[in-house]
Design a protein around this ligand. Structure first.
Ligand code: HMG
Ligand code: MG
Length: 300
């Protein structure tokens, strides 16, 4: 299969990245991060989540972040919502697109959202109905698609079943998450082959954490499988609070560098993205996890 000419990057740093930070990050810093990302050319930014503040305290200020950002035309500003209560809070904050998340493993579902996979899918139904009434598009995530921190191996057929349900429920796109970053290129190709029989590939996305350093190889493997949407996090921020030891998402800068090398269009400006990553890394008081950003910093 030939590679796609264009890839859509879904920037999840402000949500998937920052949700895992223990230290307080001001609303102003979060707003600045989102505005810098849109200025760098990212067309889709997951800004925050409307989840229980007891579970993920860092996301408690998401409504304020939405109120503070500059909403550039043509950019999608999305929020993660686990249930109807979350969607209602998102709607009140003026959010126009949301994402729901289900796991491919039972144990992870219990730890992450305190219910079984089947219950979580049932909970999404009223959310989907309300979203539809408000013209809000819903994206779906499946977590632990290449391995679970509690159960180990996860069957591709199980991922396909959950992804198929999310699509049938009305998710316009389903992002397959390697939450703990254990996947390999071979596993990724097999995964998309299996899931691709249930959900068309143009409605699938890849969401890779870089724990084992395989994320770029996994993205390349996904490209070969005809996948053209990838989630990534500026400066490689983050991890998942319910997946101990999982590091951040693959760094957006590194994905962009890979795609540029393949002649694939994204509309994103690499130097501005690097600056954005350096800025938030300074706020967090640590070095960026992006290899490209580090290499460029050493050239300066
Ligand atoms: P629960 O405790 O089972 O919920 O949590 P509940 O319905 O029994 O409600 C308990 C309390 O939470 C109540 O408050 C509710 O009002 C409140 P209280 O009466 O005790 O004061 N509550 C909420 N508050 C704010 N917003 C809401 C909300 N819902 C209930 N939406 C729940 C269930 C799903 C809420 C909880 O487990 C939760 O918030 N989990 C979030 C977990 C999370 O955000 N995880 C990280 C994101 S997923 C991820 O990172 C993976 C991904 O990146 C893909 C990948 O990498 O694979 C997407
Ligand atoms: Mg994630």
């Amino acid at each position: 299969m030939s590679l796609p000419q264009r890839v859509r990057l879904v920037e999840v740093g402000p949500r998937d990245g920052l949700q895992n930070e223990k230290q307080p990050i001001s609303v102003a810093d979060k707003v600045r991060l989102v505005d810098d990302l849109s200025a760098a050319g990212l067309g889709y930014i997951e800004v925050g989540s409307f989840v229980s503040p007891k579970w993920v305290p860092q996301m408690a200020g998401s409504a304020e972040v939405f109120a503070g950002i500059e909403q550039r035309p043509g950019v999608t500003y999305a929020a993660l919502t686990p249930n109807l209560q979350g969607l209602e809070a998102a709607l009140a904050a003026g959010v126009k697109e949301v994402a729901v998340f289900a796991a491919a493993s039972e144990a992870f579902s219990q730890r992450n959202i305190n219910c079984s996979i089947a219950e979580s899918l049932k909970r999404f139904k009223p959310l989907m109905d309300t979203a539809r009434q408000h013209g809000v598009r819903v994206r779906g995530y499946v977590s632990c698609v290449l391995g679970c921190p509690y159960e180990g191996e996860v069957a591709a057929e199980q991922v396909a079943a959950v992804a198929g349900e999310l699509q049938a429920m009305g998710c316009y796109e389903v992002s397959l998450g390697d939450t703990i970053g254990v996947g390999t290129a071979g596993g990724v190709r097999h995964l998309f082959e299996v899931v691709g029989r249930h959900v068309p590939r143009e409605r699938l996305a890849g969401h890779f954490h870089d724990t084992y350093g395989q994320a770029l190889a996994n993205i390349y493997a996904s490209l070969l499988e005809g996948i053209a949407v990838f989630d990534s996090s500026v400066a490689g921020l983050g991890g998942c609070p319910y997946a101990k030891g999982a590091t951040g998402n693959v760094a957006s800068e590194d994905v962009l560098y890979l795609l540029q090398g393949l002649g694939i269009e994204t509309g994103v400006d690499l130097p501005r993205l690097i600056e954005t990553g350096q800025r938030i890394s300074r706020v967090l008081g640590r070095e960026s996890a992006s290899r490209v950003a580090r290499a460029r910093a050493h050239l300066e």
